[in-house]
Design a protein around this ligand. Structure first.
Ligand code: ADP
Ligand code: 5GP
Length: 197
């Protein structure tokens, strides 16, 4: 079947395993394009500028918003985050799918801009497990963990509006499920009678 490049959006609560899943799927589908988001927050230990994020100032961010350079952008935890068109278009133009890892509001903003985008929600097996993963990651302090947990109920409430919900319980199974979803939507099998997805 013919393969066509698609834009995939992966969202879900902080700590659910989005980054882990996306990086594992990219080992299996090497030409899957990943975008680097821009953010005004400070780099965390171990993050690499222009690989983890484009770390920019609030002034630069505002200028890019005014120029229409963002496919979508939003504010979280007192900082701004956004996806630049310049990160997405080169992949699609080369015939490669792109995977964006962004929050629920960003995902629906992408759907508005590009209705054919495929929205995938990654859910935790339980709230206890989500909290354990956040703590286990060791990247945030207690206040930051609490901030992230406060958002979970709101985020989970949007899950039914996604095209697909993927529970990240067993990592190998969830990786395979994400790989299969991507391959499905890239083929004609991912198109319904109305031409959507
Ligand atoms: P996110 O990108 O959604 O914020 P991460 O990919 O950073 O989440 O994962 C958060 C933590 O959970 C990491 O320490 C990661 O190794 C771990 N993790 C991810 N998926 C699983 C899984 N299926 N089972 C157990 N731990 C996981
Ligand atoms: P973190 O600071 O933990 O890396 O990310 C905080 C939040 O910002 C997460 O919910 C993450 O999904 C979101 N985020 C990261 N990049 C983007 C982006 O490009 N656009 C939007 N809207 N949210 C993003």
């Amino acid at each position: 079947m013919a393969r066509r490049a698609r834009l995939f959006v992966v969202s879900g609560p902080s700590g659910v395993g989005k980054g882990t899943l996306v990086s594992r799927v990219r080992d299996r589908i090497p030409n899957l394009g990943l975008t680097v988001s821009a953010t005004t927050r400070d780099p965390r230990a171990g993050e690499i500028p222009d690989v983890s994020y484009h770390f920019i100032t609030e002034d630069e961010f505002e200028r890019l918003v005014a120029e229409g350079a963002f496919l979508e952008w939003d504010g979280h935890f007192g900082s701004h985050y956004g996806t630049l068109w310049s990160e997405v278009n080169p992949h699609l133009e080369q015939g490669n799918s792109v995977i964006l890892e962004i929050d629920v509001k960003g995902a629906f903003n992408v759907r508005k801009a590009l209705p054919e985008a495929v929205l995938i929600f990654v859910a935790p097996p339980s709230l206890e497990e989500l909290e354990a993963r956040l703590r286990g990651r060791g990247a945030e302090n207690e206040a930051q963990i609490a901030q992230r947990l406060e958002r979970v109920e709101m985020e989970m409430g949007y899950a039914p509006q996604y095209d697909e919900i993927l529970v990240n319980d067993d990592l190998d199974q969830a990786t395979s499920a994400l790989e299969e979803l991507i391959r499905h939507y890239e083929t004609d099998g991912g198109t319904d009678q109305d031409g959507n997805h």
